[in-house]
Write a new protein. Sequence first.
Length: 434
Amino acid sequence: MTHTTDHNQALFDRAKRVIPGGVNSPVRAFKAVGGTPRFIERAQGPYFWDANGQRYIDYIGSWGPMILGHGYPAVVEAVQEAVLDGFSFGAPTEREVQLAEEILRLMPSMDMVRLVSSGTEAAMSAIRLARGATGRSKLIKFEGCYHGHADALLVKAGSGLATFGNATSAGVPPEVVQHTLVLEYNNVAQLEEAFTLYGKEIACLMIEPIAGNMNFVRASIPFVKRCRELCTEYGALLVFDEVMNGFRVALGGAQSVYARQLPGFEPDMTVMGKVIGGGMPLAAFGAKRAVMERLAPLGAVYQAGTLSGNPVATACGLATLREISKPGFFDDLSAKTLSLVDGLKAAAAAEGVAFSADCEGGMFGFFLLSELPQNYPQVMKSDGKRFNQLFHGLLERGVYIAPALYEAGFVSAAHTDEDISATVAAARETFKSM
Ligand SMILES: *Cc1c(COP(=O)(O)O)cnc(C)c1O
């Protein structure tokens, strides 16, 4: 460190006195990788700068939302204009209607959406709605998928199908997770067994189609096909959690990626967040009309929010969706992400490091494993110490990736070819030292 004072460390020490662990979301604390979290002062395009004035090429993009890069002029202008008209009214606005219309245009599997403020809230509300609409209690989720921190979703697999899940957090009573069945991702046989045992009691099956919370693991085509068929057969709702994938892996989200190979494929319900807020607190969930009309004020399923559909957040989200809807946007973004992934693979191969990587649209993941994992136990075989070496090697060289092995990465439209070459060069130097 060339600075006499480490401002990041000073801020972290101060933060730890007043905020648990010094952070407002656990992964930011660098607990997995060690070292001092960087306190970010400002960001522009594909970069951000920490409290020491050090610049980083940013591959987390606020964990997905910043698909245009930071400070994109059309988005900044839309937010500035919206702020002048008022921060929040607690009454409806035209922009909420526009954003709902825009989302439905891009993801035609839904007829209606409700706007909320976080992915957690959207997933939690989607489950309540699925339970209310079906009159059933049980739900299926998959090991390694994250759907926010609602109580019923903080669950790991029990010892067998008959035992249901165990809470992964203190403060979640066993009664609250007793209806959550946790299955292995991409395991068709286990899925079939679960439906045979409990099919008529299952309200919904929730899945991250391209799981970004175990780095990057795709649900296989046969697996998604079977999820769809079994939900239809047993009258359960298939819920795609596209909080990360939506408007990120393709304009139409992961559902459009799967529909390329499964013609006519649609989930019954979609949960969204991240990109639709463009970096502001905004999320949503949607479904067909008959399901959505079960929500209050029309139906008996209660759901509400003081800041839902916030006028500044909707301005930010709308401006972001407009930019990414422009012709060629996703072709360019996908090509950039692919060139990063190919470059990293080549660098690892040149240095003899076991490495595998995958990407879709502006989302990527890599593993220090010779083959791409298919489920959470396989992801767990990654060597945490080696990942931490890679993380810190990149960080020292001005490249910021997620500070945990279980997280996907994100490329924005603002990343240049030079940024990508610099990243690949930094990775190669780091691989050499490993
Ligand atoms: C980020 C994320 C969530 C939670 O969203 P928050 O806005 O952090 O509450 C839910 N599901 C998936 C797939 C996510 O990536």
